[in-house]
Write a protein that binds this ligand. Structure first.
Ligand SMILES: C[S@@+](CC[C@H](N)C(=O)[O-])C[C@H]1O[C@@H](n2cnc3c(N)ncnc32)[C@H](O)[C@@H]1O
Length: 294
């Protein structure tokens, strides 16, 4: 395993060298020290009621608890995540990652470019980016806050010049204007605060930098009816069977239903500072990419 193939841990923005993962961060502190740390996403009023599981909670709810629940959920399904992904998407996920990566060859093939794959999970989108970049292409970093997911990414990328960073998407350890491209595949939807997530992506992008957020959509018409039946009935049943736990695969359709419609998402991107924003549906709208330029 190369040195670059190990996981850097951090959760606070660097004031030092741009893009350099910090060697010490929240993950390395004792539980007592962690508990004492302020969290920027935790409302001053403290936790109110039962925490909501991820995917944009209301401002008065506890965003930290929601994010923790998402991290625990992905950590628990990490061993079966790849298998489930491919089975449940009928392998179309590979095509979506490839299609998204291919669109950014103009950046990925530049040796001086820096690329971040946010919420990288077990690294499939990151690897798709690397395949388009090729030898001598962009430097690519994958970041995620679920350690077991990143461990699998490390194992899948032994010998490749990829960097893995354990970090929260709402509080990234990267300097301003560091990256020329930020991607996020099926991860952004899980953030507890979409506006904060977009602002943070905008912060780490260089001028003219591009963002691509790949996620599920909700197709209309007959394909929509078939898809909704599959997504709400069949997928949770198969997912629960293979993973041995019901929660994550009931959460998936619920979080997609709560995700903003394309027009609302594009408006959020504009409001977060992106001067251009557009949506491209994939596979009858089952998935799609939100693209933006800083
Ligand atoms: C559905 S998986 C997608 C993984 C991968 N991008 C893919 O396409 O298979 C969502 C990932 O987002 C990560 N995630 C969710 N919220 C996050 C946050 N606030 N910061 C960092 N990672 C987060 C989860 O840990 C999980 O690995």
């Amino acid at each position: 395993m190369t040195e670059r193939n190990q996981i850097s841990r951090s959760s606070t923005p660097t004031a030092g060298a741009p893009g350099t993962p910090m060697e010490q961060g929240r993950s390395e502190l004792t539980p007592e020290a962690k508990a004492a740390l302020p969290h920027p996403n935790k409302p001053d009023t403290g936790s109110l009621g039962t925490p909501t599981l991820g995917a944009r909670v209301d401002p008065e709810q506890d965003q930290t608890a929601a994010a923790d629940a998402v991290r625990d959920m992905f950590s628990s399904i990490a061993p079966r995540y790849d298998l489930l992904n491919h089975v449940l998407s009928l392998n179309v996920d590979r095509y979506w990652w490839w299609r998204t990566a291919r669109r950014f060859r103009h950046i990925l093939r530049r040796g001086d470019a820096h690329v971040l794959d946010l919420c990288c999970g077990t690294g499939d989108m990151t690897l798709a980016l690397y395949r388009q970049a090729g030898v001598g292409g962009a430097s690519i970093v994958g970041a995620d806050f679920a350690h077991p997911m990143l461990c699998r990414a490390v194992r899948k990328s032994v010998g490749l010049p990829l960097q893995w960073v354990e970090a929260d998407a709402l509080q990234m350890p990267f300097a301003d204007c560091r990256f020329h491209l930020v991607t996020s595949a099926f991860g952004f939807r899980n953030l507890a605060n979409y506006e904060a997530g977009l602002r943070e992506i905008h912060r780490v992008l260089a001028a003219d930098g591009e963002v691509a957020i790949l996620d599920f959509g909700e197709p209309r018409g007959l394909p929509g009816k078939l898809y909704r039946f599959y997504f709400r009935r069949v997928l949770p049943a198969i997912g629960s069977l293979i993973s041995g736990t019901r929660g994550p695969y009931a959460y998936l359709p619920a979080s997609v239903a709560r995700f903003p419609q394309p027009q609302e998402m594009l408006a959020l991107m504009k409001a977060s500072g992106f001067r251009e924003a557009a949506y491209t549906p994939y596979t009858f709208g089952v998935a799609g990419v939100y693209w933006g330029r800083k």
